[in-house]
Design a binder for this molecule. Sequence first.
Ligand code: ZN
Length: 133
Amino acid sequence: MPTQRFRISTAKHRQITDITSQVQEAVRAAGCDQGLACISVPHCTCVVYVNENESGLIADTLELINQLPAGGSWQHNRIDNNAEAHLMASLMGSSTCLPVSGGQVELGTWQRIMLIELDGPRERLVTVTIVPS
Ligand code: ZN
């Protein structure tokens, strides 16, 4: 099956979750040896990115996100008061595509696939679309 899905329940308003093992399991379940995996979230206030899962860098990333002012004059706040979450999701992106080789997503030594919750707690859906080559 070329498309796999799994859910992540977030517990905090903002948090970073390492989803590498779930993505690797999805690629294994798809039975793809070589190709491309697109990891995406169908949400407007959630991010998927690749970087190091190091506690200082996690704290730094959350600190950077928190520097975008909440409230204030953002026009979207007229609707549901989470404009800064939408804006940061736009800046960081809701998907990433990675090569698949030997039945696994290829990552560098320190690279992990991470999900950022920007407006939790919520249940988030992660889709892994696999294109064999
Ligand atoms: Zn909104």
